[in-house]
Structure formats: structure tokens, C-alpha cells
Design a protein around this ligand. Structure first.
Ligand SMILES: C[S@@+](CC[C@H](N)C(=O)[O-])C[C@H]1O[C@@H](n2cnc3c(N)ncnc32)[C@H](O)[C@@H]1O
Length: 286
């Protein structure tokens, strides 16, 4: 089939709920949508599924059923991923009555797909739940999966941390630190936009589980190339789409809730309008 990847996807799935240059958003169950798409089409998936903890946007299932459901969409993402592609999966915690108050979901899910697990990244979000009888939870995980452990996309220089204490320190006459900055490590500190001081930020939408853009930007820059096709099967407020567009990637998202589809579409439209406006201003003053 000819055409751009997004045109080929439209030919299979029909007209999206929302489309703009480089972005298609489908109001659809992701499993149903993904099952209809061709293999190896996606370069990078970045997503956070429901955690089965009774949030407004999910139906709580018995644990084995929840894990089987996760396995089914993980396997679909694997099938859709290009040979050098990756999945970044954000997971929190769930309760197992009489066994665990808050078990990290990666313990239950990590090997439920043929992906190769490259690394676990800890996202420390700084402020959040206050507790008296245990330490305050302040992290979630990202599992970085690749299809091939030999050939995967990783651009460390794009995401180096310029915040270096002694940037000019030398050893044998050579700079000790990369002038672009240091490796940002596997512990990332980014405030949540749904709690703490960032709650009132301009970035915040009405979605209760919105990703901060800064986290997704790091993944986008490190693990995809300009022009890549990015997927978020649990799109929510559209953070992955905004980040993808900001970095010149194409993006497809699925979302079952009409309310969140509307929210994501409005957010993307506002972003594109802002972009168009700044381009006009640049032309005006050039
Ligand atoms: C954790 S939230 C994702 C939030 C998102 N990362 C953001 O930045 O806004 C999960 C989303 O998945 C959606 N969802 C749940 N089941 C789905 C399904 N089967 N297919 C597509 N979307 C689904 C929910 O409505 C919810 O918006």
C-alpha cells in the first residue's frame, strides 16, 4: 500500500477523531485499533496504561484478568514495533489485598511480552502522596524495552544534563566531562503536573494522570529520530502527541474516552495555533 504511514493507517482504520499535519487521534479501544494495523510500522511507543486502581477512566478487573489484558496490548505493541524500535512503558503501583499494599506493577508485568528489557528508569516526581505510617511514595517507573538489544535508537548527546558541577575540570589536559553535559542517569527528577507546585502550571489539563512534557521530551529525543512514527495507545490528554510534534515526529494515538479525546484534540489544536502564530511573528520581524 502506498502513501505516508499516517495515510496508510487511515486507509485501514478510517477517518480519525482528530487529524492535523503529523498527528492522528483515534477514539477507539487501542487493542481493536492496533490489531488491524500492519507489523513493524511504529518506531517508538510511549504510554501509561490504567493501573487497575479505580481511577475515573478505568474498570477494575480481577488481577489475573488485568495482567492478561496488559499482555494482550503489550504483544500488539511488540508486533507493531519496527526492528530498531522501542517501547517506554510508565507504570505505578497496585494493591494485592493481604499480600502487598503497593506492589510496583513492573514486578508483575515486565516479562509479559517478547520485548528485551533494556532498563528501568525511576521517575522521582518530588511531591505527592502524604503518609504517616510509611514513607511517602514519590516515584513511578518507566520500563524501556527494545525489540533488538543489538540495534536500537539511542541519542545520549540529545539529552545530556548540562547541570555539571565542575564543567572545566581536566585530567591529563583533557576535559573530564563531556562539554554537552553528563549522562542524566536512570533516576529522573521531574515534578508531576497533577500534584505539588506544578499543579497550577500552564501545562496542566483536566486529565487526572497527565504526563509532564519534560519527561516525554527526554524519551522522544533520546529514543527516536525526526520523522519517526510514534504511538501512544493510551493517549489521555495527548502529552505524547504534543512532545512528538514539538520534535518533528509523526504520531498516532488511541483513546477510549470521548471526553479525553476532546481534551487532547483541543490541546493539540492550541499547540499548533501557537506554533503558527510564532512562525508568523518570526516572518514579520525577519
Ligand atoms: C494513565 S492515562 C494516560 C494519561 C496520558 N499519559 C496523559 O499524559 O494524559 C490512561 C488513559 O487510557 C485510556 N484508556 C483506558 N483503556 C483504554 C483502551 N482500551 N484503549 C484506549 N484508551 C484507553 C483512559 O481513558 C486514560 O485516558
Amino acid at each position: 500500500m502506498s502513501g505516508t504511514p499516517l495515510e496508510r493507517i487511515t486507509a485501514v482504520l478510517g477517518e480519525p477523531y482528530f487529524a492535523a499535519d503529523g498527528v492522528h487521534l483515534y477514539h477507539m479501544d487501542c487493542l481493536q485499533g492496533m490489531r488491524r494495523l500492519d507489523a513493524n510500522l511504529i518506531d517508538l511507543t510511549v504510554t501509561s496504561p490504567p493501573y487497575n486502581i479505580g481511577k475515573a477512566y478505568e474498570v477494575v478487573r480481577p488481577l489475573p484478568e488485568y495482567l492478561d489484558w496488559c499482555e494482550s496490548w503489550l504483544k500488539e505493541i511488540y508486533r507493531l514495533t519496527a526492528p530498531d524500535g522501542a517501547l517506554w512503558l510508565n507504570l505505578g503501583y497496585l494493591e494485592i489485598p493481604n499480600r502487598a499494599r503497593a506492589i510496583p506493577i513492573p514486578y508483575l508485568l515486565w516479562d509479559r511480552s517478547p520485548f528485551y528489557l533494556m532498563q528501568e528508569v525511576v521517575w522521582n516526581y518530588g511531591a505527592g502522596v502524604h503518609t504517616r505510617k510509611m514513607f511517602s511514595p514519590r516515584n513511578e517507573k518507566f520500563l524501556w524495552y527494545v525489540k533488538s538489544s543489538e540495534a536500537y535508537t539511542f541519542h545520549l548527546d540529545e539529552v545530556r544534563d548540562p547541570n555539571v558541577k565542575y564543567p572545566n575540570q581536566k585530567k591529563n589536559g583533557k576535559l573530564k566531562c563531556n562539554p554537552l553535559g553528563k549522562n542524566p542517569s536512570d533516576v529522573w527528577e521531574f515534578p508531576k503536573v497533577t500534584s505539588g507546585q506544578k499543579r497550577s502550571s500552564k501545562e496542566r489539563t483536566a486529565h487526572p494522570a497527565q504526563f509532564p512534557l519534560a519527561v516525554i521530551d527526554r524519551i522522544m529525543k533520546a529514543c527516536s529520530d525526526p520523522g519517526s512514527l510514534v504511538l501512544d495507545p493510551f493517549m489521555g490528554s495527548g502529552t505524547t502527541a504534543i512532545s512528538a510534534l514539538q520534535h518533528g515526529r509523526q504520531v498516532i494515538g488511541f483513546e477510549v474516552s470521548l471526553e479525553y479525546c476532546r481534551l487532547a484534540a483541543l490541546r493539540i489544536q492550541a499547540y499548533l495555533a501557537e506554533q503558527a502564530m510564532s512562525k508568523r511573528q518570526i516572518r514579520l520581524f525577519a
